[in-house]
Design a protein around this ligand. Sequence first.
Ligand code: COA
Ligand code: AMP
Length: 629
Amino acid sequence: MGYSEVYDRWKQDPEGFWMDAAKAIDWDRMPSKALFDENAPLYEWFSDGMVNTCWNAVDRHVEQGRGDQVAIIHDSPISGVTRRITYVNLRNRVAQLAGALRAKGVEKGDRVIIYMPMIPEALEAMLACARLGAIHSVVFGGFAASELAVRIDDCKPKAIIAASCGLEPGRVVHYKPLLDGALKHCDHQPDFCVIFQREQDVAQLVEGRDVNWHGFQYGVEPAECVPVEGNHPVYILYTSGTTGAPKGVVRHTGGHLVALNWTMKNIYNVDPGDVFWAASDVGWVVGHSYICYAPLIHGNTTIVFEGKPIGTPDAGTFWRVISEHKVRSFFTAPTAFRAIKREDPKGELIKKYDMSCLRALYLAGERADPDTIEWAQKVMQVPVYDHWWQTETGWTIAGNPAGIEPLPVKIGSPTVAMPGYDVQILDEAGHPVPAGELGAIAIKLPLPPGTLPTLWEAEDRFRKSYLDHFPGYYETGDAGMKDEDGYLWIMARTDDVINVAGHRLSTGAMEEVLAAHPDVAECAVVGVVDELKGHVPVGFVCLTKGVERTEGEIVKECVKMMRDRIGPVAAFKLAVVVDRLPKTRSGKILRATMAKIADNADFKMPATIEDPAILDEIRDALRTIGYAQ
Ligand code: COA
Ligand code: AMP
């Protein structure tokens, strides 16, 4: 069957399609049906099945004779370590950890925050929670203590599992002081914290609250897998929205298992036993779905890579990892390739490695620019597949179904909608527009299994953010078009979210930080084009009257505040002081126009602009930091 037949088969019989896909999962009780639509427009999948994620990702492979296969390869050029963990080892380690968590009172439904770098123990912590039916929430290491605190107060974890440190090139990130700092500001306190001590930094434990990862597992009874309902949350993952408060995307167990398993063959074209590598971070959705869960559920070997595309030690690291571990399908963000291309434009380093194992490169997380795709194709000599998805969906909305039938690549398009997604381009009134016309990208409800059913304890916000604007649809927040062949083209966000080096950030959250500076009266943050990171944030601040300190001092403080409050990952290094911000007559700041000026792009003078002369002031200010040239 080709792609069209598979897609049509889903469209004609979604229930049959997903019940068939569900057969690849080990259920303790098979669900009676796939879709539960009693509370439409809120939908759930496989709700009355009973199942365990950890069983499907680990134990069943041991039972089926894959025990000696390597499940996880930890490749850490930063610490100089390579470690392999087989499925049987993984099962034993996870069961022991889960046993220790249970002995300290963690049970089904309890939340556990995981704050760890790219080490196998991060995956083991996720799987141990899933084994017990506890709901994990992983927090990315590049966030500041206050971001961690917001997440702790929102999901109220019974336990926090953290490492003593993360390793960035040339710098040890001390996680423990960040965790202690976060807990000082939290209303909610966990019962206990588990600390995994790394040799690069042994953290001080707080007596009575912190336990040592190894010590607390000593002598405990390993835990078995606890079956949970198909609609029991396996995790919460916070992502950036329009405001400073992150959204807690909920993932239900049953749909997550079924959908992720389906993608491994049909999209990534790997078979059980093959090595699959997603170079991302466990703190992001790509890390949840494609470093941890999908490859393990499907019986693949996954790679936990603790390094960067360049500088650890050079721009050939990716090629070394691929050839050394025989990676068949490789997934990363375009920014990583832009970094490699900048260091090694002729692709000299790849010639040192035998890359014959590799079948395809998959790019996602941000727009893949044509230059980068063409360069990657030329250097790697394999198909390069762009695919489009979001934290909310957890897996590909539009991609190239390489395992069904590789479709011709149109550079700049992530190809076509996957089965489960009826993607429509809508005008402002919510009517589908003809092929080739721009509009808001929306997905006809219900979303497929594995996508978000709601936001953590915030159903109203879920409805407001995604369902209310276009009744009957899920609003993606992206704008773009569909061409005559049904290929999708993703052009821009329709909200205040920007994408910096494949990391999703909220300019609204950054504005809240700037506004907290005592000398800032008003501010705006916009994303401007950056050759390496895709976009970077630029802050515009108007000062309160009578401030006597220099603009330079204030800008420096703003940069520091952003690093302290959101974290280094915000990559906020540029800000300018301006007298006024351009606004519409109703007072709306013209952020998109400011971004266009920075990027030297054409723009239409907004008809409702209050005073067009302010745009010249913005242009002058941007020139002082190298933009709008
Ligand atoms: N823990 C702590 N700090 C982190 C971190 C982590 N897990 N990840 C990133 N940071 C820090 C970086 O050290 C950097 O700090 P600095 O300002 O002191 O230099 C800052 O956050 C910005 O990070 P990033 O934007 O990732 O840039 P970088 O300079 O570290 O790396 C590239 C640049 C080119 C390597 C980058 O483009 C890249 O590959 N990013 C990863 C893409 C990715 O995996 N995206 C996930 C979605 S698929
Ligand atoms: P995240 O939730 O961090 O995965 O970010 C999701 C957002 O990143 C999407 O809504 C898009 O704006 C952007 N994005 C992800 N993948 C792509 C892609 N392949 N092409 C264009 N934009 C993308």
